[in-house]
Design a protein around this ligand. Structure first.
Ligand code: GLY
Length: 428
């Protein structure tokens, strides 16, 4: 079988890496890919939003299945376009992808189907939103309605921070049209966790739990990023909590998908806040694999990934048995100096071979490219150094040992990835 993966990040490298282990996969393509993916797949330089060009590639190369990594092509309807053309694709249709692409749509959906989530109001007027914030007080959460590359959610600790966030989103238009509307939401304290599951709209199969680290600096300081690291399992999401999430979040979610006739064949990823260690609230839905959670989670998948995604895309998920390894994994992201602000590209990356040869270590590439013979930086998040171990502590130690072998000019990384496994996060 021939498989195409769309995207160019660490998540897509992890998906390609896992697919490459399937006996049923003969060839992998990636649009556009990166230097690490190029070792396992044929990278084709097509923009993930150029659906005509991607469809042509699929037809010309007789590709059997397409897997979509990022949210933008899903929100723009790639799965709907492909299915209309009779192509197999792993990812929700445009209707279902709105659960990620519009925060107000998503919150209204949660309310309609009784999912636990924070109280909220939706505003298109800055003045009304500001009045509401002053009435409610802080802490309070301000969310741009549309896609904002993970930067559109601001947890405001003071009313001033909240009004600044409203101004940034609605008046300064920092995220463009994504700020036409805002969701203003109560702040819930607790511990965050990522719950990802495969679903074909009929069956839901949870993945092992995971958690990412969104802030750039240690101790969760500094601005939000796309994610600076992840670990799996997340202790807050043990077997009992998984049952609770399945009953109170995932089953009502599925009822909603079915009641509204949504085409959902892909990954549902609930960003959760677990209050008092016992009650899960949905902070947001994503309709795709998390990044960098996927790097940690794919290391623990025991089953043939191709079988799982094929069955999901065909609506036959109930026929596959998804098995996981009983070990832990940790992914440490190495980023360019200056990220998440402006940064330079083209820095030579040293030590990839040494780190990659270490037992239980896989170095997933994100923003990397080639300059002649050299692998160089080509993005903000550059690498996801991922290790497995008998527990999170051992996996963390191995991941950081591998990180020490890699260097590039200006590199930065957090030194506390996975420490959160033993401490909570809070709005306070
Ligand atoms: N790790 C956060 C995300 O994938 O949205």
């Amino acid at each position: 079988m021939k498989v195409l993966v769309i995207g160019s990040g660490g998540r897509e490298h992890a998906l390609v890496w896992k697919l490459s282990q399937s006996r049923r996969v003969d060839k992998i393509y990636c649009c556009p890919g990166n230097a690490g993916i190029a070792e396992l797949a044929e990278c084709v330089d097509i923009n993930p939003l150029d659906f005509d060009a991607i469809l042509n590639l699929v037809k010309y190369e007789w590709i059997d299945l397409t897997i979509v990594g990022p949210e933008d092509p899903l929100a723009a309807g790639i799965a709907t376009v492909f299915r209309k053309d009779g192509r197999k694709i792993f990812g929700p249709g445009a209707d279902a992808a709105r659960l990620e692409a519009s925060k107000s749509f998503s919150k209204d959906f949660m309310r309609r189907y009784g999912l636990p989530t924070a109280e909220y109001k939706v505003f298109t007027s800055y003045v009304h939103a500001e009045d509401y914030v002053r009435l409610k007080g802080a802490p309070i959460v301000i969310k741009a309605d549309g896609l904002a590359a993970g930067k559109g959610v601001i947890v405001a600790k003071t009313v001033q921070e909240a009004t600044d966030a409203l101004r940034l989103i609605m008046k300064d238009r920092a995220f463009g049209e994504a700020g036409d509307k805002v969701v203003v939401e109560d702040c819930i304290d607790g511990e965050e966790a990522s719950f990802m599951a495969f679903t074909d709209g009929k069956t839901i199969v949870p993945m092992v739990s995971s958690q990412d680290h969104k802030r750039i600096f240690d101790k969760d300081l500094g601005p939000n990023t796309g994610g600076m690291g992840a670990y799996s399992p997340a202790p807050v999401l043990g077997p009992e909590m998984e049952k609770t999430v399945m009953e109170t979040v995932m089953k009502p979610f599925l009822r909603g998908v079915q009641a509204e006739g949504m085409d959902f064949r892909g990954v549902i990823y609930a960003g959760l806040m677990i209050k008092d260690g016992e009650k899960p609230f949905v902070l947001e839905f994503n309709c795709r694999f998390g990044d960098p959670e996927t790097q940690a989670v794919m290391r623990r998948l025991d089953s043939d990934f191709f079988e799982v995604v094929l069955a999901t895309s065909e609506g036959k998920l109930s026929r596959v048995d998804v098995q996981w390894k009983q070990e832990a994994s940790v992914c440490v992201v190495m980023a360019s100096g200056g990220y998440p602000g402006s940064y330079q590209k083209g820095k030579i990356i040293n030590g990839l071979d040494k780190a990659g040869k270490m037992k239980d270590v896989v170095v997933f590439h994100a923003g990397t490219g080639f300059s002649g013979e050299n692998v160089v930086t080509a993005g903000g998040r550059v690498l996801g150094v991922t290790a497995t171990g008998k527990d999170v502590k051992e996996a963390k130690a191995k991941a950081y040992e591998a990180v020490q072998k890699i260097s590039f000019d200006g590199m930065q990384y957090r030194t506390d990835i996975a420490d959160k496994a033993i401490k909570g996060t809070s709005c306070k």
